[in-house]
Write a protein of this length. Structure first.
Length: 517
């Protein structure tokens, strides 16, 4: 399969390194702090900035003391990426833990561990250190993602321990969706016309859906006058712009086995769903994740902050910034301390600011078949919530689970719980795909009379369409429906109450899964 020019084994090896470490809640326990497993970067901490500089400085000083107790040093990175953001856009600083060249006092484990430092700082300060958080690893998680990039890395201890991986009983449970014809990604033929797009409105503008994902590939349904693939803030492009683009190159990392990367084409598939549900909407595509489908929290927060700044500028002056009416986030992670406001405040503050500006936020619930709240999907005042988030009158945040094709039952892989606000089609849905060609072959070929004849090639996507499953695809279904409901938008954007009215009408029209008998 095609590779970027100059791509070498070093690139494949470096890019395939697993991101993050599994948190052990039993390490460095602190009374009153109940922690749960998550995936995080052990050498980094994120510190939310706010107006209380005194408290902010005290937390940093406590972190220095806690790091020193282990013989580590805490380095505060200069917030260079803050450039271009106004003061009312929530922000953070990143702290790095390093082992000094010379032996220092304390326990001095070989590798720094941000969790131990954060817990020790809480013990020293006798406070929860609300501004400080681990740096988590977010994942774009369609059904079928490889076992080392799932948002919940604790569902299996080791997927390769089976003595005979060819289980004659076939797949069971959520893995049933991984089978061809049962919802796994596979080529499909589209027989109907392309979604019909109306002429540009004379008064007002088209609704805009922003997608932070793997980018958007080339497809006849997704030309440049519908999808904006490059946007800048003060001359600097948003998101990733390197050659390791999973919407252009289907097999960047892993073994040279010809297998298409798990999230290759993910963003294109999402854009196609928005195109189907909101033909008149425009799409803003920003790439935040590569072919492994993972993104460091600081990278995601930086891109999100820039998106909110573009939105703020446009609301202030429609000739600047970029219009955004709906934000689709088909990615997520699980926080180790999700209750009582002990989570990453920057993410919640950024999404709240976007909603204050009238932008509806739509998040996928996750595909781990659990009821544990995922982030950012659970960052709203859901019934029985213990996250400390108050109700507000801003544009809504919607968490979306997946329905089976019947629309009568929830997909078994979908996360559930009171924090999942709505369910939408997300299993075995059809949408756009880049013209990928994988290494698998048709099982039989028999040319005749000059005709190339063969059985179905399971990873030949040159027809441009695919079937796929995941809450990743239920979210853009809802996002597109909301954009369509908004219709023609005033040049400066809709008010929060108008956005809430549009959401209410969309929710009333969505299918309701049948209750259990």
């Amino acid at each position: 399969m095609e590779q970027p020019e100059g791509w070498t084994w070093q690139d494949r090896a470096e890019g395939s390194i697993r991101r993050g470490t599994a948190l052990d809640p039993n390490v460095e326990r602190v009374d009153g702090i109940r922690a749960f497993p998550t995936a995080y970067l052990p050498e980094r901490l994120l510190i939310t900035q706010d107006d209380d500089n005194g408290a902010h400085d005290r937390e940093i000083n406590t972190l220095h003391e806690a790091a020193g107790a282990f013989g580590w040093q805490l380095i505060i990175d200069e917030p260079e990426q803050r450039r271009g953001l106004t003061a009312d856009i929530p922000w953070f600083v990143r702290a790095r833990l390093i082992t000094p060249d010379e032996p220092a006092r304390g326990e001095s484990p070989v590798a720094p561990d941000a969790w131990r430092v954060l817990q020790r700082a809480r013990r020293i300060s006798r406070s929860p250190m609300p501004r400080t958080s681990l740096e988590h690893v977010l994942s774009i998680d369609p059904v079928g993602l490889n076992p080392f990039t799932r948002t919940n890395p604790f569902t299996r201890t080791n997927p390769f321990t089976r003595t005979n991986p060819a289980d004659p009983r076939g797949a069971g449970g959520s893995e049933d969706y991984l089978q061809p014809g049962r919802g796994a990604r596979q080529p499909v033929s589209w027989l109907g016309p392309a979604p019909l797009r109306s002429p540009a409105p004379r008064n007002g503008r088209r609704a805009v859906v922003a997608v932070l994902d793997t980018g958007c590939g080339v497809h006849e349904w997704l030309p440049d006058d519908i999808v904006t693939r490059r946007v800048e803030l003060d001359g600097v492009p948003l998101g990733l712009t390197d050659d390791a683009d999973p919407e252009r190159y289907p097999d960047l990392y892993g073994q040279l086995d010809g297998e298409i990367d798990a999230v290759a084409g993910h963003g294109t598939f999402i854009a196609g769903l928005i195109r189907q549900t909101a033909p008149d909407a425009d799409i803003l595509s920003i790439r935040v994740a590569g072919a492994l489908g993972v993104v460091d929290e600081s990278t995601f927060l930086n891109a999100l902050a820039q998106v909110v700044e573009l939105l703020r500028r446009h609301r202030e002056n429609p000739r600047t910034g970029h219009p955004i009416d709906v934000l689709n986030l088909s990615l997520g992670y699980y926080h180790e301390t999700p209750a009582d406001g002990l989570f990453s405040l920057t993410l919640n503050a950024l999404l709240t600011r976007a909603r204050e500006l009238g932008c509806v936020v739509v998040c996928s619930a996750g595909n781990d078949a659990i009821d544990r709240p995922s982030f950012p999907a659970s960052l709203w005042a859901w019934p029985g919530a213990d996250n400390g988030i108050p109700r507000d009158d801003h544009a809504p945040l919607l968490s979306v689970g997946a329905l089976n094709p019947s629309a009568r039952s929830v997909a078994l892989f979908s996360n559930v719980g009171p924090w999942v606000r709505v369910y939408a089609p997300g299993a075995a849905v059809v949408s756009t795909s880049p013209a990928f060609m994988g290494g698998e072959q048709a099982s039989s070929r028999a040319d005749f009379d000059g005709l190339h004849r063969e059985t179905l090639d399971p990873d030949d996507y040159r027809g441009g369409f695919a079937v796929w499953s995941g809450t990743s695809f239920a979210a853009p279904y809802v996002a597109g429906r909301i954009a369509a409901q908004l219709g023609t938008v005033p040049p400066a954007g809709v008010r929060a109450d108008a956005a809430a009215d549009a959401v209410k009408k969309v929710l009333e029209g969505l299918p309701t899964p049948a209750a259990r008998n």
